[in-house]
Design a protein around this ligand. Structure first.
Ligand code: ZN
Length: 276
């Protein structure tokens, strides 16, 4: 879409624009559904997401987005399917969104990635090929052929110094892109936010339920879209405790009249519908 030209809208810029209500998501006063939206997104297809996150979400009928890279496709038990493949298929059937996070998750060496598998060793062709392969893989898991959302491994939107979002758009299989950000990254200026670089709060290890609820409240106050970027819940990678995560979900459930919880694709589509 030609009106999405600017790069990431974050922190002070967002706050400033929200006060002037430039292209802001309209107030919910005349609508049934609340204007504020929250997305719960989880990266890397981690085992704790199957074990802890999906049961917690399902108990409250909340839908989330999982940015998937490799899933083991076979089992070490003769005659049995891969338990994680079966579980992810079930998650998709339950209404969770499975989205693209490349196949091998290349990241920059400066973030500690081993040289042989780092982003620096990739050409654009190699990277796009992985994204296409993962897309076909998700077609097979979900049984659907459709455009899908994409999350940049390690929130890195450049390849060897060059922004690759234009190439991503040309591929024709990616609907929206999720980038990184922090607790200030609440989207209110929709028209000037690139739909291939939607900022999100990369939630760091040990974040409390109170801090996450504060982010929800801030999103409600600004009639905006707040996107959580989680990794492990009850695991090791940027871990958030199961209790803190449960507190957040309970709060979202109890405040359903004030804020909607949507998958990433549904939220961005809805945001675009509202501002038309
Ligand atoms: Zn990742």
């Amino acid at each position: 879409m030609p009106f999405f030209k600017n790069t990431l809208i974050i922190t002070a810029t967002v706050i400033q624009l929200s006060t002037t209500a430039v292209a802001q998501i309209p107030s919910s006063a005349t609508e049934k559904a609340p204007a504020a939206m929250i997305c719960l997104t989880y990266d890397d297809a981690l085992p704790s997401q199957l074990k802890n996150v999906i049961p917690q979400l399902n108990a409250l009928k909340l839908k989330a987005t999982f940015f998937i890279n490799s899933i083991p496709g076979s089992s070490d038990q003769l005659g049995h399917g891969s338990p994680s493949l079966i579980a992810w298929k079930a998650a998709a059937a339950e209404g969770h969104e499975l989205a693209n996070h490349t196949l091998f998750h290349p990241c920059p060496q400066k973030l500690g990635w081993e040289k042989d598998v780092s982003l620096e060793t990739y050409t654009l062709e190699m990277l796009l090929s992985e994204i296409k392969t993962m897309h076909a893989y998700l077609d097979a898991i979900t049984g659907k052929k459709e455009k899908r959302s994409f999350a940049y491994p390690c929130n890195e939107t450049t390849l060897n110094g060059v922004d690759y979002t234009a190439a991503l758009r040309k591929l024709g299989i990616v609907s929206y892109g999720r980038a990184g950000g922090d607790q200030q990254s609440i989207i209110t200026d929709v028209k000037h936010t690139d739909d291939l670089k939607m900022p999100s709060w990369h939630v760091l290890e040990g974040t409390s339920g109170e801090a996450m609820i504060a982010f929800v409240e801030k999103t409600i106050r600004s009639n905006g879209l707040g996107i959580f970027q989680f990794h492990d819940v009850g695991g090791a990678l940027f871990n958030v405790s199961r209790e803190a995560h449960q507190n957040l979900l309970d709060y979202l459930h109890d405040n359903a009249h004030r804020v909607r919880v949507l998958t990433f694709s549904d939220a961005v589509t809805e945001m675009k519908r509202i501002i038309k």
